[in-house]
Design a protein. Sequence first.
Length: 199
Amino acid sequence: MTNPINYRYLNLPAEFINQKEITEKYSNTEGFDPTKNKQWRIDGGNPDIFNANAYDWLKQFNCEIGVCEIFYTAPKSGIRWHIDMSGFTPITDYVKINFVWGPESDHYMQWGESIIPIEEHEVGYNMVGSPHMIFKNEEVNITESLIIDKPTLLRVGIPHKVINDSDKGRWCLCLIPKSIGGGRLLWPKSIDLFKDYVL
Ligand SMILES: [Fe+2]
């Protein structure tokens, strides 16, 4: 079997998050409506939404956690095709480690190839102010589709989307690893760096 192009499951040595606590905390924030999508952005290094296992694990690679994000995708909803941009540089092929929970099935992350030149796409901002490049459905050919049911290292620098066809809200916490004193990790480098934990 050939390796996937855009993601790798990770075999992490310990629990990095407490899904129940996060769900309870953020579903009780002001303005949360379970029928509507919502995002949160947590600035600052090493936020305590992750437990110490996460920081210990990353330290061996001389890495830490930068900004992190939470995406709540409502039942029968989704996140449109986009490319994440770092806000500091033009498009880069950087990675996130995503933790997803909520529905057991009928939810997907998909990746695809843009059928028109990337430079021609519009840059927008999501509801927490992170820049991204957006695509219409007809501008992307789907290449991969995945149910994220374990921690997953994945690319956000090429077009991707989320579909939640289930009747439960889908929670996704994004850990954005970065080098200590440096920047975000690029896809090829991160595969090599985390190779002992890649499934
Ligand atoms: Fe994204």
